[in-house]
Design a binder for this molecule. Structure first.
Ligand SMILES: Nc1nc2c(c(=O)[nH]1)N[C@H]1C(S)=C(S)[C@@H](COP(=O)(O)OP(=O)(O)OC[C@H]3O[C@@H](n4cnc5c(=O)[nH]c(N)nc54)[C@H](O)[C@@H]3O)O[C@H]1N2
Ligand SMILES: Nc1nc2c(c(=O)[nH]1)N[C@H]1C(S)=C(S)[C@@H](COP(=O)(O)OP(=O)(O)OC[C@H]3O[C@@H](n4cnc5c(=O)[nH]c(N)nc54)[C@H](O)[C@@H]3O)O[C@H]1N2
Ligand SMILES: [Mo]
Length: 803
């Protein structure tokens, strides 16, 4: 297909123009054991060899969405560069992308289907053929269906694998992993709607329009590395960038101000900002009245919102069931309750009124009362930051707009009660109206990648849908969900569960575990059968993956044939369907699916974009009609029942959280007696070197970073540690060991590790052995349930080996 058309480089020009040719050879050497001899030959030995340039896409999960240009020589991936087929703004690629050359040929790749020999978890396997493997898979699936029904199979998928239709085809459960990345969203979403992810912020290209940008618990310059230019463009344009982070992160080091608060206390900071803004009357009454539930009346005694059907004044047929959204406000002109959307009303924001013999007050009045104890002095102590710093932050946010209030998913999100932080943040936005316009937004900048297009889904026969699993995957160990078979795609058995020793016991009780992955990572050891998949660079067809995001449609293109005995995702999915006789519902190959999903998309953003047009345009085209950066909620219509920001969480009033109330974490809080045994908080953050556990097998990156735990030099000294000592990190849940290094960037009462290390990166154990799997008591009140509080973990560190 288009491969030949893209063969623009001759061998000679390639060798002449780039030193990376030598790097390509060096990498092949590194993976020599796994590769045929040809790619190791000197360049001159194979003069008839063919070179071609392939334009394709890189990973999804790091938020980069990079388009890349690959040089393929003699069927070997030889060089990766940013694509020159996209506008200059999008021409980029980080060292993770560049190092794919080495990563794809990593000696840690799974090379053949494997079958467990010995005990589960020991990690001993024998090589089998694909046919043998698929026979076992088919018979184990049928056995489980016969014994317990289709819902007994659960597909646990990391973000990179592309097996979209498998759960529907097998009628298996999938996707019940919302304990990750939704902690703060749980607190934001009831107010703005949308379903628990809270990522409807403005595109980060809009950051240049902001005067103040607050980044709380997000290390943007590493976790959205490819959009760092938006950060620096905003700074150059005069925005003041303020980072709230217990540690001196890379992003803090480039910001205008760093606010180092105690881990897990962000909620206290934002609660105090609300109080300070209210005390100083820096709120925007016009916005509050028009776009929020601030004027809605609450029955003071019960905490219930008043509804029209219940008041004789507004509804002569009193006693009739009220519409759930028939909220009332107090009209200051007629001095009576009227529907909130009565255009003639001038609603009160403050005061207490008698309605039907009971006391009622606007939500804002209630907010003022519930906030009273959250003074800036109180928060200064909770968060261990100066009171003036909090007061200045509140003033800058409320009066120094347009302002962004951004949160991350990797820091304060992963504690036991981040919904309180989210609720406080959305109230700050509701008070100030810092949303829905250039330079002002609330949310996770992950939603700041611009426009994404909806692609067409392949039509499966009616009724072919995933099973509904009533229990969240991270609770399977505690609550019987009727799951007996796990299909693990990627490294989820390590990544999606805290407290790994508990996970081990649960996995041992399962009937069958199939692991489908690229690398010899921790999830492999738990499996009964292992199937090796290709990287996104290898394929059996020319084009297979389509992505509609970051203002573009991107299409993958095959660079090289599948390595070893690995097969691309689609082919493995097809074989699994085939093992139970269900493959006929699938398109014949991944290219047919890709073509279908583009050519049948009816999203206006895809207008004029076809599969063939994409291929002609080096596999990337900008979405149609986008001129300006996307602004979230530009029409100030929120997907809530009233279309307003509904900041009063009535269903949560029984736990006191109708308006946000401070609550300590489960482990990490001052005064916890556990601190005597385990005085250090274990912070787990992401890094520019990896995407979670992915890229761990890339030696080109490993030369810049070795797996370790980091402590403040003061904490090192207290424990008699020096750089490079091997330490044991432990608590009641478990232990792991690895080298320790001192780092001034780390808070003295924390230890930091880049999350997702494989056990083979550690001296012993796995960091997930110690992480906290506590479930907040308010679980049932939260849209996606309580988050997995990975960072709400206390540990102690002691030397096991060193000088
Ligand atoms: N390179 C790379 N990029 C990625 C990923 C990756 O693995 N690698 N993963 C992607 C995914 S899935 C996610 S979820 C996002 C996450 O992206 P981020 O939210 O940026 O995640 P982290 O870098 O883990 O953590 C953010 C910061 O929170 C700080 N922090 C820790 N505890 C607290 C606290 O209590 N309060 C505050 N205010 N800050 C705290 C940490 O020091 C860290 O600097 O990144 C995405 N991007
Ligand atoms: N302790 C602790 N645990 C955490 C977190 C934490 O902060 N602390 N963070 C959590 C968060 S936010 C997230 S999002 C999760 C992330 O957890 P995962 O989504 O599991 O992330 P990765 O480890 O990057 O998994 C990617 C997997 O995909 C494989 N892969 C890469 N490309 C392809 C491909 O093209 N096809 C196939 N089939 N496979 C491919 C890689 O080999 C790897 O196994 O981890 C969570 N776990
Ligand atoms: Mo994540």
């Amino acid at each position: 297909m288009s491969g030949a058309r893209n063969s623009t480089l001759t061998r000679r020009s390639f060798l002449k123009t780039t030193g990376a040719a030598a790097a390509g050879l060096a990498c092949a050497g590194a993976a020599g054991a796994a590769l045929s001899g040809e790619v190791l030959s000197p360049a001159t030995a194979n003069a008839a060899g063919e070179e071609k340039t392939v334009y394709t896409l890189h990973q999804f999960m790091c938020q980069g969405n990079c388009s890349i240009k690959c040089t393929v020589r003699d069927g070997h991936l030889a060089m990766i560069e940013p694509s020159d087929a996209v506008a200059p703004k999008y021409q980029r690629c980080c060292m993770k992308g560049l190092s794919e050359i080495e990563h794809v040929y990593s000696p840690l790749r799974l090379q053949a289907p494997l079958k467990r020999v010995g005990e589960r978890g020991e990690g001993n396997f024998e090589k089998i053929s694909w046919d043998e493997a698929m026979e076992i898979v088919g018979s184990e699936l049928k056995k489980a269906w016969d014994a317990y029904g289709k819902g007994s199979v659960y597909i646990s998928a990391s973000n990179e694998p592309r097996f979209g239709m498998l759960a529907s085809i097998l009628g298996a459960g999938t996707g019940v992993e919302p304990g990750i990345d939704r902690g703060i969203g749980n607190g934001v979403d009831p107010a703005i709607g949308g379903g628990g992810f809270a990522s409807c912020t403005n595109e980060t290209r809009d950051w240049v329009n902001a005067k103040t940008i607050i980044l709380g618990g997000i290390n943007f310059l590493e976790t959205s590395l490819m959009r760092s230019d938006d950060f620096f463009d905003a700074k150059r344009a005069g925005a003041e960038i303020i980072v709230v982070d217990p540690h001196f992160s890379t992003t803090a080091s480039k910001a205008n101000q760093w606010i180092p608060l105690k881990p897990g206390t962000d909620g206290a900071l934002y609660l105090a900002m609300i109080s300070h803004i209210i005390d100083n009357r820096w709120y925007d009454e016009e916005y509050m009245l028009a776009h929020t539930s601030m004027p809605f009346l609450v029955d003071v005694a019960s905490g219930q919102l008043l509804r029209g059907g219940k008041t004789p004044e507004t509804d002569p047929a009193a006693g009739e069931a009220a519409e759930p959204t028939d909220y009332l406000v107090w009209d200051t002109v007629t001095n009576r309750p009227v529907p909130y959307d009565d255009p003639a009303a001038v609603p009160a924001l403050e005061g207490t009124y008698e309605v039907n013999g009971a006391q009622a007050a606007p939500v804002f009045e209630q907010l003022k009362a519930s906030q009273r104890e959250y003074t800036t002095a109180w928060a200064a102590e909770k968060c261990d930051i100066d009171q003036e710093v909090i007061e200045q932050l509140a003033e800058k946010y409320a009066t120094g707009g347009p302002a962004y209030l951004c949160f991350g998913y990797g820091g304060s999100d992963k504690f036991s009660n981040p919904d309180i932080q989210g609720h406080a943040m959305v109230i700050l936005t509701a008070l100030t109206g810092q949303i829905g316009k250039p330079g002002a937004a609330l949310g996770h900048p992950g939603g700041g990648q611009g426009y994404g297009a909806a692609l067409a889904a392949w039509p499966l026969p009616e009724g072919m849908v995933p099973a509904e699993i009533p229990v969240r995957a991270d609770r399977f160990a505690d609550t019987d969900a009727g799951v007996h078979v796990i299909i693990s795609l990627g490294n989820t058995l390590q990544q999606y569960y805290a407290n790994m020793n508990k996970t081990r016991t649960w996995l041992d009780s399962l009937d069958f575990i199939l692991h489908v992955g690229m690398y010899d990572e921790d999830s492999v050891a738990f499996a009964d059968v292992v199937l090796p998949v290709c990287s996104k660079f290898e394929d059996t067809v020319e084009h297979s993956i389509v992505r509609g995001g970051y203002n573009h449609i991107q299409l993958s293109q095959k660079c090289i044939d599948p390595l070893f005995e690995a097969l691309p995702d689609y082919d493995v999915m097809y074989r699994i369907a085939q093992s139970v006789g269900l493959e006929s519902v699938l398109p014949a190959d991944a290219e047919e699916l890709a073509r279908f999903s583009i050519d049948n998309a009816d999203d206006p953003l895809v207008a004029g974009i076809t599969f063939d047009a994409l291929v002609k345009n080096n596999n990337t085209m900008p979405l149609a009609g986008i001129e300006e950066p996307r602004i979230g909620f530009a029409d100030l219509q929120f997907p809530t029942p009233t279309g307003r920001m509904e900041i009063y969480y009535e269903p949560q009033r029984h736990s006191g959280q109708a308006l946000p109330q401070w609550e300590e974490n489960n482990e990490v809080f001052d005064g916890n007696p556990l601190l005597e045994k385990y005085p250090l908080q274990l912070a787990q953050t992401r890094t520019r070197f990896f995407v979670h556990s992915h890229f761990r097998g890339a030696a080109w990156l490993a030369q810049f970073y070795t797996g370790c735990i980091e402590l403040n030099p003061q904490a090192m000294e207290e424990r008699g540690l020096i750089d490079g000592d091997i330490v044991e990190v432990f608590n009641d849940r478990g232990t792991f060991s690895c080298p320790v290094y001192g780092n001034n960037a780390i808070r003295p009462t924390s230890a930091r590790i880049y999350e997702a290390a494989w056990s083979k990166d550690c001296t012993s154990g796995n960091p997930q052995n110690v992480t906290n799997d506590h479930v907040n008591e308010r679980d049932a009140d939260l849209i996606t349930g309580a988050p997995i509080p990975f960072n709400d973990t206390l540990v102690e560190v002691r030397k096991v080996q060193g000088e």
